[in-house]
Design a protein around this ligand. Structure first.
Ligand code: ZN
Length: 161
């Protein structure tokens, strides 16, 4: 059995812990959304039992990936730092039941697996951590564009003359 495949229920019951670093190049779903395959994601997975008595997994991912800014279409470095709490149900019905009892939007309830590849969980978490619309806070070329815009007289100003 691969070191990445866990029995999710047993992992939580025994307060399991895994951590590691995975190159973005090895995450095929994640790097499809990236400008290139550079960088790596540091991650950790912790199992515990919630105060309500449900198996609970905390996933954390951090690292820097290259995304394409949707405003100026150039790549920029996005710093990812995210963590999520997952509760495990035995099946769909049980997961729905837990969701109803918890009544907490910030907690995701999934169906736990006795054959769970944590690399999939980590990649899911990294994908969720990406911005919906990636863009620079301030695009590097914007200043230049603004200068050009302000230098060009408006058609109305020209007409007045
Ligand atoms: Zn930009």
């Amino acid at each position: 059995m691969s070191a990445f495949v866990i029995d999710a229920f047993e992992f939580c019951r025994s307060n399991g812990h895994r951590e590691g670093v995975t190159p973005v190049a090895e995450m095929s779903r994640l790097n499809k959304d990236c400008a290139d395959h550079s960088g790596e994601i540091a991650w950790s997975v912790d199992g515990t039992t919630s105060k309500q008595g449900y198996p609970q997994i905390t996933l954390s991912v951090s690292g820097t990936v290259q995304l394409v800014c949707q405003r100026c279409l150039t790549p920029y470095a996005f710093e990812m730092d995210s963590s999520t709490v997952l509760m495990l149900g035995k099946d769909d019905e049980h997961a729905d039941e837990i969701e109803e009892i918890l009544d907490d939007e910030s907690i995701d309830v999934i169906v736990g697996s006795r054959n769970c590849d944590i690399r999939d969980l980590i990649e899911d978490e990294a994908l969720l951590a990406l911005p919906q619309v990636p863009k620079h806070e301030v695009c590097p070329d914007n200043k230049l564009l603004d200068v050009l815009k302000s230098e060009k007289p408006s058609p109305f100003a020209v007409l007045k003359k």
